[in-house]
Design a protein around this ligand. Structure first.
Ligand SMILES: Nc1ncnc2c1ncn2[C@@H]1O[C@H](COP(=O)(O)OP(=O)(O)OP(=O)(O)O)[C@@H](O)[C@H]1O
Ligand SMILES: [Mg+2]
Length: 254
């Protein structure tokens, strides 16, 4: 089988025009080059406002680079596509739709699926929400809502999963549980995953490689290999050493 989901970032730069007459332009991302292998899990980490979301949105095709180019499987990214599923910080569910209808919404214009009902059920189960098919978003916790959002994205079988701080609003226990579920899904589906996070522990727990970005404009300062098998132990000396390495790359510890 041919492996898909390779991403090339070729000298990506993003400059936003001035917001008002007296403002100046903002360079959010500066000359980022990297290759992300099919099936790899990358964590993008950097200080607030540095340009992480901008970089992720460019991979999604939601923004275009000012200079440079992004390739997905050697094809240039020019617009959003269901091949690149995006999960935002907030779940953004439709409050008037049930869990199953929210998940089904992702499928609406996709006619390829033969048995929609079975497919929807499969994805609800995949994210651990069996029994909540008929619930409405207001009846769910934040973590459950974020799982619905993940199911709604995964049901399109994206080649690439893009996550913009999707668990930032969750409490520590829920976050840890969702981390393990995400790893399971990622391993099963062999999805290339790029996740933006502020959280060094989250990055080291999940990623194959951590991309440490500088303050704005975001420059790819250092790539840290996380050469630990899953399930990782947050208290192990290897884990803590890698956390220190990431923190050093971000200049928080000398
Ligand atoms: N559409 C836009 N127009 C003008 N400036 C923008 C636009 N989008 C982002 N910016 C600016 O680009 C910079 C980077 O923003 P971005 O959202 O990528 O940062 P971030 O690293 O994701 O921050 P956070 O961690 O707070 O989410 C910021 O200074 C922001 O104000
Ligand atoms: Mg952001």
């Amino acid at each position: 089988m041919v492996e898909t989901g390779k991403i090339n970032l070729n000298s990506i730069q993003k400059i936003f025009p001035p917001r008002s007459e007296n403002a100046s332009e903002v360079e959010a991302v500066h000359q980022v080059s990297a290759t992300i292998k099919p099936g790899e899990f990358i964590a993008l980490i950097g200080p607030s406002g540095c340009g992480k979301s901008t970089l992720l949105r460019m991979i999604a095709g939601l923004e275009l680079p000012t200079t440079g180019g992004i390739l997905l499987d050697d094809e240039i990214v020019t617009a959003p596509s269901r091949e690149r599923g995006f999960v935002f910080q907030e779940a953004n569910l439709y409050p008037w739709l049930t869990v199953e209808d929210n998940v089904a919404f992702g499928l609406k214009i996709n006619n390829k699926v033969k048995n929609k009902k079975a497919e929807i059920q499969q994805f609800i189960e995949l994210v651990g929400l069996k029994g909540f098919e008929k619930s409405y978003p207001y009846e769910l916790s934040g973590g459950m809502q974020q799982r619905v959002s993940l199911a709604r994205t995964l049901i399109n079988y994206p080649k690439v999963l893009l996550l913009d701080e999707p668990f930032g609003a969750l409490d520590a226990f829920t976050r840890m549980r969702i981390h393990d579920e995400l790893i399971k899904i990622w391993q099963e589906r062999k999805l290339t995953t790029v996740m933006v996070t502020h959280d060094v522990e989250e990055a080291v727990y999940l990623a194959d490689r951590v991309f440490a970005m500088t303050p704005r404009p975001a420059i790819l300062k250092e790539i840290i290999d996380i050469d630990l098998p899953h399930n990782r132990h947050r208290e192990s000396s290897e884990f803590i050493a890698l956390k220190t390495k990431v923190l050093k790359a971000l200049n928080f510890q000398d």
